[in-house]
Design a protein around this ligand. Structure first.
Ligand SMILES: Cc1ncc(COP(=O)(O)O)c(C=O)c1O
Length: 389
């Protein structure tokens, strides 16, 4: 049986494959520390859970407009507008079940076969998948450790041409935690006006930023809102991965096309989930702040502990909940090392190469786990790699 060409490049995410192996080991009685899955270990905050439960009890369990409930789109426009120093109209906001459909559908709406799309590598695996399904040409731009994992601007300039239709950026980044400096965003913005391409700015980790930095958004730069799609959501900021709630902010005409794609695929996002989303945005924010300071503590511990392991060197990223240590001195591939750590150290991590070819030589570890588990895991890693380099 053969299937349509558009699906032929799709492959599973590394994280799910590792999880399957971890579950096998756990079923056989092994105790594994999970530093692989990118989801908060915090529970969804109580006020949000209660709002969702109340909405179900009240019968808010029906279809909503495909683009999302007005009350939620208003709350998103206000919250995002305040954070970006911009004014958004609710009609620019498209609500979706998780952020992922707001990555996928704008790409389907914009990309013609043969159009080139530049995306970060190492980067979130969905980017390449969605570009290929849309028939576009994926063009990876390396993120380099020596640039704190921001775009390699020299490589970027070489890759840009008149076929470039879209550039995807993700700051803070999955998998590196790196934050793009304003000067890099200004350069991409300038180039987008010169070459007339769109920018998709995946800002799902923007609120998870440390050292009191404010992560800049390319949408805030002059003239950029007309050609930028901001993608954001509730999964990481409000510990709501399983609720499936995200959004895109884009020019109204594109929002209308994306709404049509939603209408004929997903239909709409669950009504009670959207009600919970209004509470997340308009309720108290101190729990987000508390979570962020806990992540920062863990980041400092994991970075210090990793740097104390002979053969590993690890930058201190300023966002998300990932570290991306350099493991090149061991002389084996990142997937071999990730397997070795699972088998010998009982620690699940991801190979950098799961995020693209420029991720080779690195591992991705998430610190969305307790300080106790993080310290224990790095201790076990230290033992497992003893004598390897
Ligand atoms: C960079 C990035 N963008 C988007 C998403 C998707 O988020 P959601 O769970 O809201 O679909 C993720 C999830 O891991 C991510 O890491």
């Amino acid at each position: 049986m053969s299937y349509a060409f558009r699906t032929s490049h799709l492959k599973p995410e590394g994280a799910y494959q590792v999880l399957a192996r971890v579950q096998e080991l756990e079923a056989s009685g092994r105790e594994i520390i999970h530093l692989e899955i990118g989801q908060p270990d915090f529970e969804t905050f109580d006020n949000i859970r209660l709002a969702g439960m109340r909405a179900i009890a009240e019968g808010q369990t029906r279809y909503t407009p495909p683009i999302g409930m007005k009350s939620l789109r208003e709350a998103i426009a206000e919250d995002a507008g305040e954070r970006h120093g911009l004014q958004f109209h609710p009609d620019q906001v498209v609500v979706s079940p998780g952020a992922k459909p707001n990555l996928f559908f704008p790409v389907l709406a914009l990309i013609e076969p043969g159009d080139e799309v530049i995306y970060p590598n190492p980067g979130f695996p969905t980017y390449e998948a969605m570009i290929r399904v849309a028939g576009g040409q994926p063009i990876p731009v390396p993120l380099k450790e020596e640039n704190n994992f921001s775009f390699d601007l020299e490589a970027f300039h070489h890759l840009i041409n008149k076929r470039t239709k879209l550039v995807i950026i993700n700051s803070p980044s999955n998998p590196t935690g790196g934050v793009m400096p304003l000067s890099d965003l200004e350069e991409i913005a300038r180039t987008s006006q010169e070459f007339n391409f769109w920018v998709m700015s995946d800002e799902i980790y923007t609120r998870l930023a440390y050292d009191q930095i404010n992560v800049p958004s390319i949408a805030s730069l002059p003239g950029m809102m007309d050609r930028t799609i901001i993608v954001d959501g509730f999964s990481k900021t409000y510990a709501m991965t399983g609720w499936r709630l995200g959004y895109g902010i884009m020019p109204e005409s594109l929002a209308q096309v994306v709404q049509l794609l939603l209408t004929h695929s997903i239909g709409c996002t669950a009504q009670f989930v959207q009600v919970a989303g209004v509470e997340a945005l308009t309720g108290p924010q101190d729990q987000v702040d508390g979570m962020v300071s806990e992540y920062q503590k863990r980041r400092d511990i994991i970075v210090n502990d990793l740097n104390a392991v002979p053969g590993i060197s690890c930058q201190r990223p300023q966002g998300a909940f990932y570290v991306f240590p350099n493991i090149k001195s061991f002389g084996i591939s990142s997937s071999e090392l990730a397997s070795l750590l699972l088998e010998k150290a009982n620690v699940a991590v991801l190979a950098g190469s799961d995020f693209g070819k420029y991720g080779e030589g690195y591992l991705r570890l998430t610190y969305s786990n307790s300080i106790e588990n993080i310290q224990k895991a790095i201790g076990q890693i230290r033992e497992a790699v003893r004598g390897l380099c």
